[in-house]
Design a protein around this ligand. Sequence first.
Ligand code: GDP
Length: 290
Amino acid sequence: MVLGDLGSSLQDALEKVAGRSRIDEEAVEEVVRDIQRALLQADVDVSLVNDLSDSIRERALNEEPPAGTSAREHVLRIVYEEMVAVVGDATEFELEEQTILLAGLQGSGKTTTSAKMARWFSRKGLRPAIVQTDTFRPGAYEQSKEMADRAEVPFYGDPDSEDPVGIAREGMAEFEDRDVVIVDTAGRHALEDELVAEIEDIESVVDPDMSLLVLDASIGQSAGEQADAFDEAVGVDGVVITKLDGTAKGGGALTAVDQTDSSIAFIGTGEEVSDVERFDPDGFISRLLG
Ligand code: GDP
């Protein structure tokens, strides 16, 4: 952990603790209040903020700081550890043959993410391909094809079909010899039964090794509900946060990983196929608290 890296609001809060010789309740309360403010502004779920606050409060007051540790360092370490306990490390990917299913609402960034991830795997020396099963959104086929071209990876879709499950089946057969098959799915504007049923059907045909939930960084308090629904439908193994190049801090992803007991795989930082990074917990925590 780089101490100087944590968010500015937390830094300010910790300044208040810094001068004190012992950690009293009032000082801890000030830090907790500032953390709560920052996390709520970053769209982290209220009950998760409360849980985190309780743990930080408890530990800061009850744990003896290791010898030679200042009050500031002690509280900072606890805050960091509690955040890491929720957010965890980046989702692990084996660099071997696998099928990955992308799920999420319309506009969350699935199609863009499929091309970005395909490019990422191909730079790791694997041979990826994309299957586009979105028959719902007009233009999805064209967009996906163009993104796949830009990522220089093969692509399968059928602009004339209205049968996403059929496309999934054909796509899997088409790419039997590829190392990594990324299956993009249709979203909807909201969680609808039809969407959930469709993705369940695709999942059973594709039998993915991993299902990733793609979330727009600006998703707020509805992240938990979405995460639950997709988790129940296909089992969420990891989360991708898109549009972190904008002003949103992506706190909804924290709720999603907490509720699905998963982790964050990638972050999207722009519209180009190269605008993708593996998740870095330190940077993300710092952004949430900043
Ligand atoms: P889908 O409906 O879930 O497949 O979403 P798309 O992949 O079509 O993305 C919706 C819009 O968000 C498009 O205009 C994308 O260019 C844009 N987009 C996706 N990911 C990112 C990102 O990481 N940053 C920015 N700035 N835009 C993104």
